[in-house]
Write a protein that binds this ligand. Sequence first.
Ligand code: BGC
Length: 254
Amino acid sequence: MNARVATRLVLGIDVGGSSIKAGLVDVGSGRVSGQLIAAPTPAPSTPLAVTQMISALAAQLPGSAGRVGVAFPSVIKGGSAYTAANIDPSWIGTDGAALAEQTLGRPVLFLNDADAAGIAEMRFGSGRDCAGTVIMLTFGTGIGSALFTGGRLFPNTEFGHLPMSGRDAEKWASARVRTAEGLDFPAWVARVNEYLAAMHRLFWPDVFILGGAVSERFTEFAPLLQSPAELRPAHFAGQAGVVGAALAAIEPAA
Ligand code: BGC
């Protein structure tokens, strides 16, 4: 048989503390087709301003089908945001999926950004062969987390808020803190190692996948990292949220 499977392009959007990224994702391969586009996150990042930016980015990427996936930096249940650590507090209680559906005129799936990144890594990236317990951590403006066991996601873990040295872990060891405090890799990785040790004591993962834009420099700091679990760099780095949001959007509605 010479069956040709048509490429299915799904629009994925990743709302971050500093930028909003969008791309058309070939959900059969997990690859971004064409350009990943981005715009600065509006300030203040209110629901209306962010949704208008999502809509402006979507208009530049025609050709997708089905639901749009939106990765968002909050606990998300039933399309609504329940927390707002790195986004305007007026998001709390907002049904982001309904708002984006109105603006885009299309069905939308909203999910936590680190959960989206983890889905991308587990399907097509660094975690694709991992059946055990995997924790994906994204180091960016905050620290995002996604927990998988047997390939299944336990959604909305907020491990970036684990207390470390009297602060939330993300206020102590995120990529933003590394830059803000001018930490070199040895100083930053010492904190990351302590954080990984605390996480390991609690969850005993087989694998940690380390993501976020800083993971593009993994080879520079990898020799300093320590953990009893296997440590892997994220495959998708800065694209993971966009890819994972699109992959989540094709799942049957929960
Ligand atoms: C938020 C998480 C989010 C992470 C990464 C944290 O501050 O509480 O929901 O996944 O930042 O954006």
